[in-house]
Structures are given as structure tokens and as C-alpha cells.
Design a protein around this ligand. Structure first.
Ligand code: PBG
Length: 330
């Protein structure tokens, strides 16, 4: 005899302790990566209007933030640079004295156990805001590759553990791997932003980094949000080129892509819970329209349940602190 009334799924939902025993997906701060925006200077901590709780930090303040993250159990950060100077090829991206490189050096000295990832892209550094160099009004794929490789090598020289190309040029993973190996950085890993879609969810990030394109958009190089099969081809190619881990970005409108990536590939799959996804939660919470802690718990749980191994999220510090105090529940 199966089925009701023999079977009652509510029996294991009766109490918090029972639910906890059978919970299939758990949140753990050591699976979060905190994005940090860094710029040169000292003692600087400017809040980003559209990302409440997220700051543009000088290298010393980035170290303080990483210390607080580490104390809360978050042992990985990814750095984005905000340069004081931009030009048409984005040359600050491979300046060994730039904010990202300086912060990497400081972090590796003061927090050797924290994983330091660096975003490899030119858009924060180019005067036109595109992710590569231009030929006319188009982004020139092959001319961009050596510049990305140079940026990755500069970050590796500073001590980055993982470089994460987010530019979406074809062949960038192979180009970066070759240059890293040639320069003696064979141990530096590549996390490829493989299935990165052209998305309106990056709006607040572009405000934070001042990286909105001055003309056109990124649809000529970032993926069409409609294409799941193409996302699998991007991931397969990046793995063939030597990516150590792959990423799906954004996360929430793309949970099916995360799930399929998890089922098709054995490499670690990351998901990026991007700026617009965070900003929507913060805005609704500020208005008292949602229960922020429960929403954050549900969002992060959903991304892990979809199959992500680790998640890049602006919620990292708060969520970790809520987990530590036992107040983050789904
Ligand atoms: C490009 C890059 C972007 C993000 C991460 N890397 C912006 C873009 O492609 O326009 C967006 C992250 C976010 O929205 O949180 N360097």
C-alpha cells in the first residue's frame, strides 16, 4: 500500500530540527565569493548609490573588508579595478602599480588564506567602455587577446590565485593560459565567465565602475540571453582551452543554464548573482516590501540548488554574518 494516507510528506516538515535533518541544500559562507571594487588611495570607502552596502575601496580598506569577510567565513574575493585614467586600449589593466595589482599584493601579504581572484576585462579601463579594443565601431576580437593576456599576467605577478576573464572574446582562455604558462604562472587558475549574457542586470555594476559603453551595447560579444545550447558550447570551448572552472552569469534568470552546466560538465560551475539582482533586493527591502533575510536565503539556496559550486554575490558578507548568528533561514 503506497500513497496517502500511508505516505505523508508533512511528517518530516513538522519541526525545525526535522526540516534541518532532511534539507538537501545548505548555505555555507565558504562557497561565497565577495566582489570588491578597488581604487588607488588610502582610507577611501565610498558607498555605491545603487548598491547599498557595497563600496569603492582603497587597497587598505579592501584588506579591512577582506578581514571582516574572512572572520565571517568568506574566504574568497574577486577584485574589480576603478582606474583614475582611461584610454582607448585600457592600458591601466596591465599596470603593475594599478589598484587591483596593489590590492592583490596587500591581500596576499595580510590574508594568505583568502583566495584572491581578479576580473580580467578592459571595460573598466577603456575610455569608450567596451571590453576590447575597437576597429571602427566594432570590438576587435583578435587584437584584444594579447591585451587581456597581459592584464592576466600582471595580476598573476601581483599574486592572484585565480584570474577570471569576463570579456567574452573568442579564444581568450587559451591566450591567457599560454601567456601565464610562458611567464611562469602555471599554478594560477582560470575561472572563465563562459556563459555571460548581454544583460540589463549589470546596470548598477556599470555605475559602480563607470564602465557603461559610450556607444552601442555589448550584444556583439556577450551572449544572447535566449540561448541555452550556445551557453553549453561556450562552456565546452572554455574547458578545452584550459579553463579550470566556468561561470554562468547572471544567475537568477539563468538557473536552467546552471543546472544544465552542472549535469553536462564535471568542472566546477560558478554563478554570478550580479549587481542588478542585488540592487532589486536592497530597494524592495528599503521600502519594507520584502523580508530581506528570507529573500536572500531563498535566492542563494536557489542558485546552489540549481547546481552552482560557488557563488559570487554582493550579499556575501551580510549573508555570512546572518548564517553565523543563525538568523538566515529559507
Ligand atoms: C566586465 C564585467 C561586468 C560585470 C562583471 N564583469 C560588467 C559588464 O559586462 O558590463 C558585471 C557584474 C555585475 O553586474 O555585478 N568587466
Amino acid at each position: 500500500m503506497t500513497g496517502f494516507p500511508t505516505i505523508r510528506l508533512r511528517r518530516l516538515r513538522r519541526t525545525a530540527a526535522l526540516r534541518s535533518l532532511v534539507r538537501e541544500t545548505r548555505l555555507s559562507p565558504d562557497r561565497f565569493v565577495a566582489p570588491l571594487f578597488v581604487r588607488l588611495g588610502s582610507g577611501k570607502r565610498e558607498e555605491i548609490t545603487s548598491l547599498p552596502g557595497v563600496f569603492r575601496l582603497s587597497p587598505d580598506e579592501a584588506v579591512a573588508e577582506a578581514q571582516a569577510l574572512s572572520a565571517a567565513g568568506v574566504k574568497a574575493v574577486i577584485l574589480f579595478g576603478i582606474p583614475d585614467r582611461k584610454d582607448d586600449i585600457g592600458s591601466e589593466a596591465w599596470n603593475d602599480a594599478a589598484a587591483v595589482q596593489e590590492t592583490v599584493r596587500l591581500l596576499k601579504k595580510s590574508l594568505p588564506d583568502t583566495v584572491v581572484m581578479t576580473d580580467v576585462c578592459l571595460d573598466e579601463y577603456t575610455s569608450h567602455g567596451h571590453c576590447g579594443v575597437l576597429r571602427g565601431t566594432e570590438v576587435d576580437n583578435d587584437a584584444t587577446l594579447p591585451l587581456l593576456a597581459q592584464a592576466a599576467v600582471s595580476q598573476a605577478r601581483a599574486g592572484a590565485d585565480v584570474v577570471a576573464p569576463s570579456d567574452m572574446m573568442d579564444g581568450r582562455v587559451a591566450a591567457i593560459r599560454r601567456s601565464l604558462d610562458a611567464e611562469g604562472f602555471g599554478e594560477v587558475a582560470i575561472l572563465a565567465y563562459s556563459a555571460k549574457c548581454a544583460s540589463a542586470f549589470y546596470g548598477p555594476f556599470r555605475e559602480a565602475a563607470g564602465s557603461a559603453p559610450k556607444f552601442g551595447d555589448r550584444r556583439g560579444y556577450q551572449m544572447d540571453p535566449a540561448n541555452r545550447r550556445e551557453a553549453m558550447r561556450e562552456i565546452a570551448l572554455d574547458l578545452e582551452e584550459g579553463a579550470d572552472a566556468v561561470m554562468v552569469k547572471p544567475a537568477l534568470a539563468y538557473l536552467d543554464v546552471i543546472r544544465e552546466a552542472r549535469e553536462r560538465f564535471d568542472a566546477p560551475v560558478a554563478a554570478y548573482n550580479v549587481s542588478g539582482e542585488y540592487a532589486m533586493v536592497k530597494a524592495a527591502a528599503a521600502n519594507g516590501w520584502i523580508d530581506e533575510k528570507r529573500i536572500v536565503g531563498e535566492i542563494l539556496t536557489g542558485i546552489f540548488r540549481a547546481g552552482a559550486d560557488f557563488v559570487l554575490t554582493y550579499h556575501a558578507r551580510e549573508a555570512a554574518e546572518w548564517i553565523a548568528e543563525g538568523s538566515l533561514s529559507v
